[in-house]
Design a protein around this ligand. Structure first.
Ligand SMILES: *[C@@H]1O[C@H](CO)[C@@H](O)[C@H](O)[C@H]1NC(C)=O
Ligand SMILES: *[C@@H]1O[C@H](CO)[C@@H](O)[C@H](O)[C@H]1NC(C)=O
Ligand SMILES: *[C@@H]1O[C@H](CO)[C@@H](O)[C@H](O)[C@H]1NC(C)=O
Ligand SMILES: *[C@@H]1O[C@H](CO)[C@@H](O)[C@H](O)[C@H]1NC(C)=O
Ligand SMILES: *[C@@H]1O[C@H](CO)[C@@H](O)[C@H](O)[C@H]1NC(C)=O
Ligand SMILES: *[C@@H]1O[C@H](CO)[C@@H](O)[C@H](O)[C@H]1NC(C)=O
Length: 435
């Protein structure tokens, strides 16, 4: 029925498509345009392409997805009805101690908890010794909370807690960093013929029949559906997301027993484009990263609020992982970044400008509204001190490095991810306190 009606109005439709195409050509360039570029001499090709475009806006987002055109954010979805927090507030235990406030203590007897070369699953992005890091001091730090001690890491005890369960990390490459750490911290107590690692995909699974348990990682950098959902083949330049749809990811995470979410850095590279699920014309709304993240967090929180029974499942949210891109922050007047840093920062008040306070407050509000359904792993401040913990140049780089870059190591240093063994091991020790 609708189709027939649309055909009668073909002339305006063609005009619309041509107009959109012109707008499109202005904003997009080269090969991108070819996918949908109509031949101007064949109007029927144009309307065929319109159908294709419309389908595009309904199909799942991927690397090649495009906004038909972009308008300013309308305010849609912003007047959120927060669920009433359950009594008791957020789960933080034990009540008397804040595990996240403390200091780093050099301790080369207790740490590291495993050795880099003994973890067969180790990622080349994180194996700093293998890639030539000349010292290993960064592996020897223990986190000491003020006023209490952390329960000692015990891999067997963790497996006992995971028996018959699925522990799933969901998020971006920092969360994958934490998952990798967890796998390395747990794998050594399982005989090698009783553990399995699936190839890296949207969902990567490490499992063992010994405990009928798995430790999994789901790539979902923006939590909701986006054009960046392929773990390797994703688009970096332009973020398009469906702020109201997590289904692509939640269909995987819904059956996990313990969920550890994160999201942050992917929202920090400028405005993002919203493509609402019921949008018919491929029109996107542009919004700044922080408000975009809040919309996605609210959609995620909605799922948590209606699907999580805290007596049956545990949900954690890991706060932003700090970057050390600018040495100026801890050594005023100097240039450079985390490259060649060998010691943690000792200034207790240190807070780097890569950790956005507005984002933290927004996350705090969203998690606060969820009450006891979610626990926060507030790793930001403790990780801020660890300017020495990043891979810098001692990791595998996927692209070839030019001689100019090689001559200036800081120019290509990774000051975002973390060497393993290292800082994320402590995030997992903290997680262990709550299991
Ligand atoms: C179009 O793309 C080419 C490379 O594909 C680039 O050199 C050129 O600067 C681009 N032009 C605009 C206007 O973006
Ligand atoms: C631990 O560190 C101390 C002080 O740097 C050093 O004297 C000692 O040899 C180290 N022990 C081990 C096992 O590396
Ligand atoms: C680790 O946990 C297991 C199981 O709970 C227990 O039997 C073992 O004694 C613990 N090991 C240490 C060193 O505490
Ligand atoms: C293994 O764990 C799953 C849940 O992850 C459960 O459904 C299944 O029954 C368990 N199998 C055995 C043999 O215990
Ligand atoms: C942090 O500060 C440095 C130096 O002052 C500056 O270059 C950088 O852009 C700042 N980063 C952010 C995210 O504001
Ligand atoms: C995390 O801890 C910092 C202090 O280190 C605090 O300012 C922030 O509000 C906390 N965030 C959340 C979400 O609880």
């Amino acid at each position: 029925m609708q189709k027939c009606q649309k055909k009668r109005g073909q002339y305006p439709l063609i005009a619309l498509v041509l107009f959109a195409f012109i707008v499109f050509s202005v904003f997009f360039n080269g090969s991108n345009v070819e996918e949908i570029s109509p031949s101007e001499e064949h109007p029927f090709l144009v309307s065929k392409n319109l159908t294709a475009l419309k389908l595009n806006s309904a199909r799942e987002l991927d690397k090649s997805s495009k906004c038909h055109y972009t308008v300013e954010y309308s305010g849609r979805g912003a007047n959120w009805d927060a669920p009433v927090p359950e009594s008791g507030g957020r789960r933080e235990m034990p009540e008397s101690c804040d595990f996240f406030s403390g200091e780093w203590v050099f301790d080369n007897t207790s740490h590291p908890l495993y050795s880099e070369s003994d973890c067969p699953y180790m990622s080349d992005q994180l194996a700093c010794q293998k890639h030539g890091r000349p010292e290993n001091g960064y592996q020897h730090w223990r986190w000491q909370p003020h006023g209490c001690d952390l329960k000692r890491w015990n891999a067997t005890e963790v497996w006992e807690k995971l028996r018959g369960k699925r522990l799933m990390f969901v998020g971006d490459s920092l969360n994958r960093n934490q998952w990798m750490s967890m796998v390395c911290m747990l794998q050594s107590v399982i005989p090698s013929d009783k553990r399995y690692m699936s190839p890296q995909q949207h969902l990567s699974i490490f499992r063992t029949e010994e405990y009928n348990a798995s430790v999994e990682f789901l790539w979902a950098p923006l939590l909701v559906e986006s054009n960046s959902d392929h773990p390797v083949d994703h688009r970096l330049s332009e973020r398009i997301l469906r702020p109201d749809s997590h289904l692509r990811h939640s269909s995987h995470w819904r059956n996990a027993d313990i969920l550890v979410f994160n999201s942050y850095l992917w929202w920090r590279q400028g405005p993002v484009k919203l493509l609402w699920s019921n949008e018919q014309d491929g029109a996107c709304e542009e919004i700044d990263g922080l408000r975009g993240m809040e919309l996605a967090m609210r959609t995620w929180a909605d799922w948590v609020a209606s699907n999580i029974d805290p007596l049956k499942k545990q949900v954690f949210f890991v706060t932003m992982s700090p970057t050390h891109q600018s040495k100026e922050g801890w050594e005023p007047g100097s240039e450079g970044n985390c490259y060649d840093e060998k010691l943690p920062i000792t200034n207790r008040g240190y807070w780097g400008n890569g950790s956005d306070v507005d984002t933290m407050q927004m996350v705090g509000r969203v998690l606060g509204d969820l009450g006891t359904k979610v626990s926060v792993l507030n790793i930001t401040k403790l990780s801020e001190y660890r300017k020495d913990g990043h891979p810098t140049i001692y990791r595998k780089f996927w692209e070839a490095l030019s001689p100019e870059k090689l001559a200036n190591p800081a120019s290509y240093s990774d000051c975002i991810h973390w060497c393993l063994p290292g800082v994320p091991d402590v995030w997992n020790e903290l997680l262990f306190q709550f299991l």
